[in-house]
Design a protein around this ligand. Structure first.
Ligand code: NAD
Length: 286
């Protein structure tokens, strides 16, 4: 079984981002800037934001985190987004999800200036992605596609099952796979016989948030498994949505958790942010 090492690949991507930052700075004096909006006290969200901030520091980005209490008003978050849209030092804006229930998330995502939408969640970028046009791609599925590329995994003509159909992982993952000419099936919590689908898959991408849901008896010999899930058990241990221990004997390629898709998500966010900075530089020098 070949382990798909997201940690090593993300480190490689960071190195290219570091050179990109240096080149941009030397040429134009610009430093890429990322603004993160973090609402409430959810420990997982706080941890993800802290990891993103550390990654920005490592590659030499300017970054700012707007921390807001969980009872913050919709209007106050909207004002912060508008400020960041107009701030010339900010190239990328990221709203850490999920947000508290009283907040209209869709409205906020639509307010982000599409050229600063480094999470790729604005309908403008979603539409362009679906149409296979240049766009900011959502970092997690973008990272999975980069892993396929790195490990020479051919997608054209393959049967791929995506388990989970969220706007941030499952749906964009399916779009990118369709654009790569895979035959894609998307399953969700209402899918009648999940195993029947996964047994027919050459590749399974699972993003559901259910610890160890995908077991060895659900996949065929030599399948490729991408585990997007990150679940913390009561014991404190981090596990994915796939049962690594049983699957490692059966599949040909497998991502570990941690150290698989997670670091790739951060790597692709950095990539999107430097892309946004370069596009700004291009616009300003026109
Ligand atoms: P979500 O809750 O928004 O969506 C979950 C999806 O899984 C839904 O479509 C639901 O119908 C489906 N689902 C739930 N139970 C199922 C079941 N038993 N069988 C089939 N489908 C089922 O979740 P999300 O935001 O897409 O995140 C999914 C997982 O991925 C979580 O563990 C999350 O922490 C993780 N995640 C990881 C990264 C990363 O960087 N690695 C990024 C985002 C999310």
């Amino acid at each position: 079984m070949q382990l798909l090492d997201g940690k090593a690949l993300a480190a490689k991507i960071e190195t290219t981002v570091v050179s990109g930052v240096k080149e941009l700075k030397d040429k134009t004096g610009l430093v890429p800037g990322l603004a993160v909006i973090l609402v409430g006290q959810d420990p997982a969200s706080a941890e993800y934001v802290s990891m993103k901030k550390k990654a920005c520091d490592r590659v030499g980005f300017y970054s700012v985190t707007h921390e807001m209490p969980s009872d913050i008003s919709q209007a106050a978050i909207e004002n912060t987004i508008k400020m960041m849209n107009n701030n010339p030092n900010i190239d990328g804006i990221l709203i850490q999800l999920p947000l508290p229930k009283h907040i209209d998330t869709t409205k906020l995502l639509e307010l982000v200036e599409p050229s600063k939408d480094v999470d790729g969640f604005h309908p403008y970028n979603v539409g362009r992605m679906v149409s296979n046009l240049d766009a900011f791609l959502p970092a997690t599925p973008f990272g999975v596609m980069r892993m396929f590329q790195e490990y020479g995994i051919e997608l054209s003509g393959k049967n791929v099952v995506v388990i989970g159909s969220s706007d941030i992982v499952g749906k964009p993952m399916a779009s990118l796979l369709i654009n790569a000419k895979a035959t894609v099936t998307v399953c969700n919590s209402r899918t009648k016989d999940l195993k029947a689908h996964t047994l027919a898959a050459d590749i399974v991408v699972i993003a559901v948030g259910v610890p160890l849901l995908l077991k060895a008896d659900m996949v065929k010999d030599g399948a490729i498994i991408i585990d997007v899930g990150i679940n913390r058990l009561d014991t404190g241990k981090l596990v994915g949505d796939a049962d690594f221990e049983s699957l490692k004997e059966k599949c040909s390629h497998l991502t570990p958790v941690p150290g698989g898709v997670g670091p790739m998500t951060i790597g692709m966010l950095l990539k999107n942010t430097i892309k946004a900075a370069k596009l700004r530089e291009k616009r300003e020098t026109k």
